[in-house]
Design a binder for this molecule. Structure first.
Ligand SMILES: [Zn+2]
Ligand SMILES: [Zn+2]
Length: 347
């Protein structure tokens, strides 16, 4: 039976979010019903609720950093049981057949996968995200949250955590490697924590030195202001890996000059405008300019287990549902250290 559950939704593009109800599908053979406890606010929630990428599906219930408890399982479910602590990230299904799905790289599914919200599922029904009291998700797209992690601090790991863990793991951040994280926001602060826990020497490259103390506390070894041109002279040729979390346009040539030979500059933030780049900045030094998007289900589980083993949760500010609109404004001016998490019992 389809059930209506409470949620916060944007009724139309750019409209403030408000309390409403949305339908959740019946718990199917391989589904789990999750009582959501916390949902993180990701910058892309704001983008989509304001239809920054176009073609948004409204009403829209954002939220793809979901942590909660399983309350019911379908008859065919083997991976989870009632009472389990679980999480849901940016997608709730994928084709399961393409070469990437078969390799556990569901985030790069050639058929596009099914977003946790602002998408249509296989039956053509809109998906609604985590700013809600309950969600029904296929067991294969539901993650286990280890006991060592509190649910509120775990929620942002489902997007911000995996977005940083995946490139850091893929480009082998670890002992003996010098890693820079560009931007110390919701994404960047997780990058610092994870890169440090992986054993890399970590540098934060931030616009100013305002958050320097925080950065060092989170695990950075060094902290530089990119507004100071001296930074680019002092750090020329220093890094094995730079992960940029900023979505504002940056001078890619200048950042590439900070890489060692064979170094990589990986973008997880996406500036809206195309960039112009002198390719000599790649050729001299066999450098790579790359991108990375969240992570697959298996890697997301690996990240959660890694974070639990190292005691890494997100730095959060827990809010009530009626503070969501205010929180959006604060995210837009980077006034949060470092992730808002909605206590969904207030929905
Ligand atoms: Zn996100
Ligand atoms: Zn696929």
């Amino acid at each position: 039976m389809t059930t209506n559950v409470s949620a916060y939704a944007a009724p139309a593009a750019n409209a403030p979010l408000e309390r409403t109800t949305v339908p959740r599908r019946p718990v199917g053979e391989h589904d789990v019903l999750i009582e959501i406890k916390y949902a993180g606010i990701c910058h892309s929630d704001i983008h989509q609720a304001r239809d920054g990428w176009g073609e948004g599906i409204f009403p829209m219930v954002p939220g793809h950093e979901i942590a909660g408890i399983v309350t019911e399982v379908g008859p065919g479910v083997t991976r989870h049981k009632a009472g389990d602590r679980v999480g849901v990230g940016c997608f709730v299904d994928s084709c399961r057949e393409c070469e990437y799905c078969r390799q556990g790289l569901e985030q790069y599914c050639v058929k596009g996968g099914t977003g946790t919200y602002n998408a249509l599922d296989k039956n053509g029904e809109p998906t609604y995200g985590g700013y809600s009291t309950h969600i029904v998700v296929d067991e294969n797209y539901t993650l286990r949250i280890p006991d060592g992690l509190s649910l509120d601090e775990a929620a942002p790991l489902l997007c911000a955590g995996i977005t940083l863990y995946s490139p850091l793991a893929h480009w082998n951040a670890g002992p003996g490697k010098k890693v820079a994280i560009v931007g110390l926001g919701g994404l960047g602060h997780m990058g610092v924590k994870i890169a440090h826990a992986l054993g890399a020497e970590v540098t934060v490259l931030s616009q100013s030195l305002k958050k320097r103390e925080d950065g060092l506390k989170l695990g950075a070894d060094h902290y530089y202001a990119t507004s100071d041109p001296e930074t680019f002279t002092a750090l020329a040729g220093s890094f094995d890996l730079i992960v940029s979390t900023v979505s504002a346009p940056i001078d890619f040539g200048a950042y590439l000059s900070l890489l060692k030979t064979d170094g990589a500059l990986v973008n997880v933030g996406a500036p809206e405008e195309p960039i112009a780049l002198n390719l000599f900045s790649l050729i001299g030094g066999r450098k790579t300019l790359a991108g990375s998007m969240i992570g697959g289900i298996a890697e997301t589980q690996e990240m959660l287990d890694f974070c639990a083993a190292h005691g890494l949760g997100a730095e959060i500010e827990v809010i009530r549902a009626d503070q969501i609109n205010e929180a959006y404004e604060r995210v837009l001016v980077s006034d949060v250290r470092y992730r808002f998490v909605i206590d969904t019992s207030t929905i």
